[in-house]
Design a protein around this ligand. Structure first.
Ligand code: APR
Ligand code: PHB
Length: 391
C-alpha cells in the first residue's frame, strides 16, 4: 500500500490529522493497534479550548458538538471553606471553554472518516515505522496473521505515551523530561445531574477533588488518591462519601449520587519528548507529551500539535514550502512547555503532596489567597485555562 502520510494511532490526534489532510486532498492511512470498540470505550477528557473547537469546525465534525456541548464562562476554585469563581470570559475578553467528552469527539471523527472513505485500519499488530530519517519511509504491521507494508512520504506518530513511534527517534537524538506525581486521580462517571453549572476544583483538607460533567444529565467526578489504591477497593458509596467529604458544604449537600458507569484510577505525570520531529517522522499529542489533567490540557495540546503539523503538511503538498515542517517541532514545543508549566502549577496549587513540609503548605495557602484576591493572578489562570494562542 502507498499513501502520502501514514498516521500511527486513531486517537483524537491521529483521526483529526487524517480528516484535516483529507479535506485538503492529502491521502493518509491510519493504523490503530486496538479495536474501534476499545478506542470508543475510553473515558478521557472533556474540556475544549477555543482552538480545539475551531479545529473540529475546520474538520467539519462540529455538528453534534454545536448541538450538545456546554459553554462555560467560568469555573470555581474552593479552598478552606471558601469558593471563588474565576470569571474566564471577563478576564480574557470573552473567551470560554467548551465541555464535550473526548469519547464524543472520537465518535464524530470516526464517523467523518468513514463517511469520506478514510482508511482506518484497527487491530493492526506490531506497527513499526522504518527509515524515517531517509527519503522513503515505510510502516509495517500485521493483521489477521498477514504482514503488510505502507510506503509513505511522512509518518505521523499519534500513538500516545505508550506508542512505538517515539522509539524510532535515536536515543542520542531524543531528550525526555519527566515528573511523576506522588498520587493519582480516581474518576467516576455517572448519569446524575452535575452538582453545579460549572466545574469546581477543590483543595480540601482531605485532598483534591473535581466536579465536572459531560451533559446536564451526566457528571464526571474525581478525587485525588494514593498511587497504591486499587479501584476494586472503592465501592460507589465509598467514592461518593469521600467526594462529599471534600466538597464545600453547600455543594456536598446538593450532590446527586447514583450508580457509576465507569470508575478508574489514573496516575499523574508531566512528560515531554524533544524533538517532536526526526527526519520524516512527526510526533503529535500524547506521543510527545503528557500533562497532569488538572489544567485540562492533554487533548488541547494534541489539537495545537495537529494544527501546526497539518498546516506544515498542507503547505508542503500544495506549494512545496517545507518551512512549516521544519519549524514544527520548535513551534509545537513552545506551546507544549507553556501548557506543561500551567498544568504543573495548577496541580501544585490544588493537591496535597505527601512530602510537603508545613512551610510548603503555608506557601500553597498563600498562593490560593493571592489567587482569590488578585485580578492579575486570576487573569493569568484564566488566559492559560481558556488556551494560549496558537503562535
Ligand atoms: N500501533 C498502533 N496504534 C497504537 C500503538 C501502536 N504501537 N500504540 C498506541 N496506539 C494507539 C492507541 O491505542 C490509541 O488509540 O494510538 C492511540 C493514541 O491515542 P491517545 O492515547 O488518545 O493520544 P492522542 O490521540 O494524542 O490524544 C491525546 O488522549 O489520552 C488522551 O489525555 C489524552 O486527552 C488526551 C488525548
Ligand atoms: C473532565 O471533565 O474529565 C475534566 C475536566 C477538567 C479537568 C480534568 C478532567 O481539569
Amino acid at each position: 500500500m502507498k499513501t502520502q502520510v501514514c498516521i500511527v494511532g486513531a486517537g483524537p490526534s491521529g483521526l483529526l490529522l487524517s480528516q484535516l489532510l483529507h479535506l485538503r486532498g492529502i491521502a493518509s492511512v491510519v493504523l490503530e493497534r486496538r479495536s474501534r470498540a476499545h478506542v470508543m470505550g475510553r473515558i478521557r477528557a472533556g474540556v475544549l479550548e477555543r482552538g480545539m473547537v475551531a479545529l473540529l469546525r475546520e474538520a467539519g465534525v462540529n455538528a453534534r458538538l454545536d448541538r450538545e456541548a456546554l459553554v462555560h464562562e467560568g469555573l470555581d476554585i474552593a479552598f478552606d471553606g471558601r469558593r471563588h469563581r474565576i470569571d474566564l470570559a471577563a478576564l480574557t475578553g470573552g473567551a470560554a471553554v467548551t465541555v464535550y467528552g473526548q469519547t464524543e469527539i472520537q465518535r464524530d471523527l470516526f464517523e467523518a472518516r468513514d463517511a469520506t472513505g478514510g482508511i482506518v485500519i484497527d487491530e493492526a499488530e506490531d506497527v513499526m515505522p522504518h527509515e524515517v530519517d531517509g527519503d522513503a519511509p515505510y510502516v509495517t504491521y500485521r493483521k489477521y496473521g498477514v504482514e503488510h507494508r505502507v510506503d509513505c512520504d511522512f509518518v505521523a506518530g499519534c500513538d500516545g505515551y505508550h506508542g512505538v513511534c517515539r522509539t524510532a527517534i535515536p536515543n542520542q537524538v531524543l531528550k525526555t523530561f519527566e515528573r511523576v506525581y506522588p498520587f493519582g486521580w480516581m474518576g467516576l462517571l455517572a448519569d446524575v445531574p452535575p452538582v453545579s453549572d460549572e466545574l469546581i476544583y477543590v483543595n480540601s483538607a482531605r485532598g483534591f477533588a473535581l466536579c465536572s460533567m459531560r451533559s446536564p444529565t451526566r457528571s464526571r467526578y474525581y478525587v485525588q488518591c494514593p498511587l497504591e489504591e486499587r479501584v476494586e477497593d472503592w465501592s460507589d458509596d465509598r467514592f461518593w462519601t469521600e467526594l462529599i467529604g471534600r466538597l464545600p458544604a453547600d455543594a456536598g449537600a446538593r450532590l446527586v449520587t447514583g450508580p457509576s458507569i465507569e470508575k478508574s484510577i489514573a496516575p499523574l505525570r508531566s512528560f515531554v519528548a524533544e524533538p517532536m520531529r526526526h527526519g520524516r517522522l512527526f510526533l503529535a499529542g500524547d506521543a510527545a507529551h503528557i500533562v497532569p489533567p488538572t489544567g485540562a490540557k492533554g487533548l488541547n495540546l494534541a489539537a495545537s500539535d495537529v494544527h501546526f503539523l497539518s498546516r506544515g503538511l498542507i503547505a508542503y503538498y500544495q506549494t512545496g514550502d517545507d518551512r512549516g515542517l521544519s519549524e514544527y517541532s520548535e513551534k509545537a514545543l513552545r506551546r507544549v512547555w507553556k501548557a506543561v508549566r500551567f498544568s504543573w502549577w495548577m496541580t501544585r496549587l490544588l493537591h496535597h503532596f505527601p512530602e510537603d513540609s508545613p512551610f510548603d503548605r503555608r506557601v500553597q495557602a498563600a498562593e490560593l489567597e493571592y489567587l482569590f484576591t488578585s485580578k492579575a493572578a486570576q487573569t493569568a489562570l484564566a488566559e492559560n485555562y481558556v488556551g494560549l494562542p496558537y503562535e
